[in-house]
Ligand binder design. Structure first.
Ligand SMILES: Cc1cc2nc3c(=O)[nH]c(=O)nc-3n(C[C@H](O)[C@H](O)[C@H](O)COP(=O)(O)OP(=O)(O)OC[C@H]3O[C@@H](n4cnc5c(N)ncnc54)[C@H](O)[C@@H]3O)c2cc1C
Length: 638
C-alpha cells in the first residue's frame, strides 16, 4: 500500500463453456429485477442493478447488426438541427473530441454529442452509493490515470487544462495506508470445485518484494503455501517459480530468450520449459485476466515477464521492450505514465470535460470538487448551450451528403424513445466502437469495414457491492482476495482515498464498498474467440445470477470472519462491459503487419466529412489513447 498503484495491482491484487456464436435475437433476458433505478434519469450514477451496458442501451445497435432495425423503424423525424460537429459516443474520446473541436474552432462552435447509454463517460463510469447517509464512490469502469507509456503532449495537456496534475495529486491525495495500518493484507480463496475444498488463505506474499528480500520472500511463500489445500508437489513448484533463480533457457542471449518467450504462452512456459506439475496451472491461470481479459493459456510468456509474473528471476533478461510484445507489455517494461486514482476512477475526467463543455451542468471550479459535484443531467441537452449531450440516443446511420449550398455535410440518424430522428453537421466524429461503424456507414470501402470488424473488444465485469461494515475482513486480516478459479477472480475493499469534500470510511464498523471483478473467457481458444465467447456469456447472464454468485462467493470465503450476505450486503451494482477494453494485438495470435497495414490503421481512415476516434482506433485500452485518437480525428476534419 505504500507504493504507487497500477491498474495491474488493482486487478491482480498485491499477490498475485460457452460456444462462440452471434447471440440470437430475443436470447437476452431483461428481467424487471435487472434494472433498479430509484429516480430514473435524475442521477444515473446512483442506479444499482445491471449497469455498464445496461438493459435498454444496446438493443437497437444489435437489431441494426441483425438487419432488422430498418424493417420496423418508423418514419424519420427531421429535427431541423444543424451543427458544426456531431460526435457519436459520449465516452472520454467523444467528450475530448468536442473539447478539441472548440479549441480549434472557438467556443461558439455548435456541437451535438449522441450517446446510447443513460450516462456519459462511456467506460469511465461512476458508481455512487449513499450508505449510512454518507456518499461512497467507486469506478464502474475505468479505474485510474495509468498508461503503459507517458501521456502524449495532447493528452497530458488536456488533463492539465482540466486541473488534474497526477504527480502532485498522487502526493497530495495518496491511497491511504489504512488497511496495512490495521494489519490487513492479501489473501487467496481456493474454491472447492477446483481445489477440493473452500479455503481462504491469508498472508499472500507480494510478488513485488525487492530481490534483496529474497529470503523473506521465500519464507513468506512457504508459510502461505503450507496453509493452502495444494499437494506437496504443487507447493514445491509454486515456491520454485516464485522464488528461485533458475535460468530456464541457459545458453541463449537475452534477445534470443525474449524471442523464444514471445512465441509461447506463459502456461506453456510453466509446463514445458519450467516443467512444473500440471496442478500449478490452476493457481496461475487467471493472473493475466485483469490486464488482457484472457488467462495464461493465451498470453505470451514474454508479456507475462513484463507484467511481473514469476519464473524469470534467474533468466537475466535485459530490461526493456522487445520486437514481439503487446502494447501494454512493451510500455510497462519501460516505465509508464504517472498514476492517479479518483474515487470514481476516470469518471472524474469525464465529468470535468462536461464541466468545460456545459459549465452550468456541473457545478464547481476545481478538479477536487468535481468528485462530490451533483451533475444536473437535465441541463445536458439544452438549446441555449452551444454544446449538447443527448443521452439514450443510439446512432444508426452517418452519411456524407451535399447540402443545399453544395457543401459536404453529414446526415446523422439516431433512435431514441422509440422514434427515429435526424440532424445534420458540417463534420462528424465517430467516437463509438469500431465494430459498430460498418453498420452506421454501410458505404465504407469493404477493406475498411473488414478492418473495423477485426478488433474484438474484451468483455469484463466490475461490480460494486455496498457492505454494512467490514468487520469480517478485519477479523480475517484481509483487504483483498484473489480467487484464481472462482466466478469473481478479484475481490477487494475500496481504495481509501480522501479528496476535496470526499472522505472514505476509516472504521471497520462503517459501511464500505467492495470491488469485485470477473473476466469471462474460454481458455484454449485464440484470444479474440475467447472474447466473443465471454461477451455472449455476459449478455445472457441475468442480474439475479450475478447476485447469487456474489452472495455465494462472499459467504464461502468470508463466513469464518462472521460475514453474512443476507445481513451485510446492502446494494449491488453490476457494471457489465460486454464490449470492454479496446483490443490490443496479441503476438501469439496476430500477425506482424507490414507498416501501415494493421487493422486499426486501415479502419480509422477518414471517410468524407466523417472521421474516427475512440480507443479502438489506437488498438488499445487506455484513457490517453482515447484522447489522442480524438485529437487526430478532429484534426482530420480541419
Ligand atoms: C472495465 C474497464 C476498466 C478500464 N480501466 C482503465 C484504467 O484504469 N485506465 C485507463 O487508462 N483505461 C482503462 N480502461 C480503458 C478506457 O476506459 C478506455 O480506453 C477509454 O475510456 C475509451 O474511451 P472511448 O471514448 O474511446 O470509448 P468508450 O468509453 O467505450 O465510449 C464510447 C461510447 O460510445 C457509445 N456508442 C457506441 N455506439 C454508439 C452508437 N451507435 N450511438 C451512440 N453512442 C454509441 C458507447 O456506448 C460508449 O458509451 C478501462 C476500460 C474498461 C472497460
Amino acid at each position: 500500500m505504500d507504493r504507487p498503484i497500477t491498474r495491474r495491482d488493482f486487478l491482480n491484487g498485491a499477490a498475485m463453456a460457452i460456444g462462440v456464436a452471434v447471440i440470437p435475437q430475443g436470447a437476452i433476458p431483461v428481467a424487471a429485477q435487472d434494472v433498479k433505478t430509484p429516480h430514473p434519469g435524475s442521477n444515473p450514477p446512483i442506479s444499482t442493478g445491471l449497469r455498464g451496458s445496461h438493459p435498454g442501451s444496446f438493443e437497437i445497435a444489435h437489431s441494426l447488426r441483425d438487419g432488422t432495425f430498418w424493417k420496423t423503424a418508423g418514419k424519420q423525424i427531421d429535427t431541423g438541427e444543424v451543427y458544426d460537429l456531431i460526435v457519436v459516443g459520449g465516452g472520454i474520446s467523444g467528450l475530448s473530441a468536442a473539447y478539441f473541436f472548440r479549441e480549434r474552432f472557438g467556443p461558439k462552435a455548435r456541437i451535438l454529442i449522441l450517446e446510447n447509454h443513460d450516462d456519459f463517460g462511456g467506460h469511465a463510469r461512476r458508481n455512487e452509493f449513499h450508505l449510512g447517509g454518507k456518499l461512497q464512490l467507486l469506478n464502474g469502469g475505468t479505474m485510474l490515470i495509468d498508461s503503459p507509456t507517458p501521456y502524449s503532449k495532447e493528452a497530458a495537456g488536456l488533463i492539465t487544462k482540466l486541473g488534474i496534475d497526477p504527480v502532485a495529486f498522487e502526493k497530495k491525495y495518496p491511497i491511504h495506508d489504512l488497511y496495512s495500518s490495521l494489519g490487513l493484507g492479501s489473501g487467496v480463496f481456493f474454491d472447492q470445485q477446483t481445489f477440493g475444498v473452500d479455503r481462504l488463505v491469508t498472508g499472500a506474499p507480494s510478488e513485488w518484494m525487492e530481490s534483496e528480500n529474497a529470503n523473506a520472500k521465500s519464507t513468506q511463500w512457504s508459510e502461505f503455501l503450507k496453509k493452502s489445500p495444494l499437494s506437496d508437489l504443487v507447493r514445491q513448484d509454486i515456491l520454485r517459480i516464485e522464488t528461485d533463480a533458475t535460468d530456464y533457457l541457459p545458453g541463449l542471449t537475452s534477445g534470443e530468450k525474449k524471442d523464444r518467450l514471445s512465441r509461447i504462452s506463459y502456461k506453456d512456459f510453466l509446463l514445458k520449459i519450467a516443467r512444473v506439475d500440471p496442478g500449478v496451472i490452476a493457481f496461475f491461470q487467471t493472473r493475466t485476466n485483469g490486464e488482457w481479459g484472457v488467462g495464461i493459456d493465451a498470453e505470451p510468456a514474454l508479456d507475462c515477464w513484463a507484467l511481473g509474473l514469476p519464473g524469470f528471476q534467474g533468466m537475466n533478461l535485459d530490461p526493456g521492450a522487445a520486437p514481439r510484445m503487446s502494447y501494454s507489455a512493451a510500455g510497462y517494461s519501460t516505465g509508464g505514465s504517472p498514476r492517479f486514482h479518483f474515487p470514481d476512477g476516470n469518471a472524474s475526467i469525464a465529468r470535468l470535460l462536461v464541466r468545460e463543455l456545459i459549465p452550468y451542468a456541473v457545478p464547481g471550479h476545481f478538479a477536487e470538487d468535481v468528485v462530490t459535484a451533483q451533475v444536473a443531467y437535465d441541463r445536458l441537452d439544452h438549446s441555449a448551450n452551444p454544446v449538447r449531450i443527448r443521452l439514450n440516443s443510439t446512432v444508426v446511420r452517418a452519411q456524407n451528403v451535399s447540402s443545399a449550398k453544395a457543401e459536404q455535410e453529414v446526415a446523422v440518424t439516431y433512435a431514441a424513445n422509440g422514434k427515429v430522428y435526424s440532424a445534420r453537421a458540417k463534420g462528424c466524429v465517430l467516437a463509438c466502437w469500431n465494430m459498430t461503424i460498418p453498420y452506421l456507414c454501410p458505404d465504407l470501402p469493404e477493406k475498411q469495414k473488414e478492418a473495423l470488424h477485426y478488433l474484438v473488444k474484451v468483455p469484463l465485469v466490475y461490480t460494486s457491492v455496498g457492505l454494512r461494515n467490514w468487520t469480517a475482513f478485519q477479523k480475517l486480516g484481509v483487504h483483498s482476495i484473489q480467487a484464481p478459479r472462482a466466478y469473481w477472480n478479484s475481490v477487494r475493499l475500496n481504495w481509501p482515498i480522501d479528496i476535496g469534500d470526499y472522505k472514505s470510511p476509516r472504521l471497520p464498523e462503517e459501511p464500505i464498498l467492495l470491488h469485485m471483478s470477473r473476466t469471462p473467457c474460454k481458455p484454449g481458444l485464440p484470444a479474440r474467440e475467447q472474447h466473443k465467447a465471454g461477451r455472449m456469456e455476459l449478455l445472457i447472464t441475468s442480474f439475479e445470477t450475478f447476485e447469487r454468485t456474489i452472495r455465494d462467493q462472499l459467504a464461502r470465503s468470508l463466513s469464518a470472519g462472521g460475514f453474512d450476505p443476507a445481513r451485510d450486503i446492502e446494494a449491488i451494482t453490476v457494471n457489465r462491459w460486454p464490449h470492454g477494453y479496446g483490443y490490443e494485438y496479441n503476438p501469439l495470435f496476430d500477425p506482424q503487419w507490414p507498416e501501415g497495414e494493421a487493422p486499426h490503421l486501415i479502419g480509422r481512415k477518414p471517410f468524407g466529412r466523417i472521421t474516427i476516434a475512440n480507443s479502438d482506433s489506437g488498438a488499445t485500452a487506455y484513457t490517453d489513447v482515447a484522447i489522442d485518437q480524438s485529437f487526430r480525428a478532429v484534426a482530420e476534419l480541419s
